[in-house]
Design a protein around this ligand. Structure first.
Ligand code: PDD
Length: 284
């Protein structure tokens, strides 16, 4: 596997960083996950825009222009074998003596990219859906930043795994739905797709945007608004989206069936539209 580290392409076994890297010491950095289909990079401008938002939010200068990013990313895709990949892009505030305050003068950021094979969900998961649990959203108030400090998300995901489930759905203040530990969540009720608004309490998902665009373009009723906890437990369907999982149905929540307990009509429609979109836009 060839990775990119601070201006160089090299085998992953040779990619080394300092133990004083602020990513390692403080989790002081941001990241992106970008799918690649048939060597076409999915929604690159949108991913770079979200990266800019994350960098601006932590007051870290963007090390590259969009054109430079595009070149590095394209090169990395070319240097790795799989036709379908997912790219992991990671920027930290660099290497400095341990001090919570930003290094002054600033130091060069650490920029790391790697490619992994993209394995989208297998047929069994599409047919049966996945199971999830709910938990209080105990994260900070800047969940819109795609920060590498993911300890709350890690603990929340592990809670699901320990319960024999795939994902944890987070509820803020026992009032409303935010998102999954590594995904966005939609609720379906009476044929209407309900999506939590993109605010400081959730990550603005790229897949989330695609799903809402597909809903709008295909006359699927949808509302972007706060989704109450009661609506989550009373859903006809629950859907999960992310760059690596695409669109999945959640069919079991806290050990109880969601709606019929099978992936529903909204899932079938949106999953088909997503695959068609991918096929047309990415693989043409
Ligand atoms: N995670 N919310 C959270 C907390 C996430 O970590 C992710 C994605 C999403 C979905 O965003 P997108 O559709 O842009 O992938 C929402 C990635 C896949 C990860 O950390 O591996």
């Amino acid at each position: 596997m060839t990775v990119y580290l601070n201006g160089q392409f090299l085998p992953i076994t040779e990619a080394k960083i300092s133990v004083l890297d602020r990513g390692f010491i403080f989790g002081d950095g941001v990241y992106e996950v970008i799918p690649v289909y048939s060597r076409h990079i999915f929604r690159l401008p949108e991913h770079l825009q979200r990266l800019r938002h994350s960098l601006d939010s932590i007051k870290l200068a963007n090390p590259y222009s969009d054109a430079e990013w595009a070149q590095i990313i394209q090169e990395l895709v070319t240097r790795n074998a799989p036709e379908d990949q997912y790219l992991y892009l990671h920027i930290t505030r660099g290497v400095a003596k341990r001090d919570h305050a930003f290094p002054n003068p600033s130091v060069p950021p650490t920029v790391f990219l790697m490619s992994n094979p993209l394995n989208t969900p297998p047929a069994a998961l599409l047919q049966n859906g996945i199971s999830a649990i709910t938990a209080p959203d105990n994260r900070w108030l800047r969940c819109d930043i795609k920060a590498i400090s993911l300890l709350p998300n890690v603990l929340l995901r592990q809670m699901a795994i320990d319960a024999g489930c795939a994902e944890t759905i987070m509820l803020r203040d026992n009032e409303f739905l935010t998102e999954g530990s590594a995904s966005n969540i939609f609720v379906v009720k009476n044929g209407v797709l309900l999506a939590p608004p993109k605010d400081n309490l959730m990550l603005p998902g790229i897949t989330y945007d695609v799903v809402l665009e597909l809903a709008a373009a295909n006359g699927i009723p949808h509302e972007v608004r706060k989704v109450q906890v009661a609506e989550v437990f009373d859903a006809d369907e629950l859907l999960l989206t992310s760059s690596t999982k695409e669109v999945l149905a959640i069919t079991l929540l806290d050990e109880k069936p969601v709606g019929s307990g099978k992936p529903g009509a909204m899932f079938a429609k949106l999953h088909a539209l997503y695959q068609k979109f991918k096929q047309e836009v990415m693989r043409a």
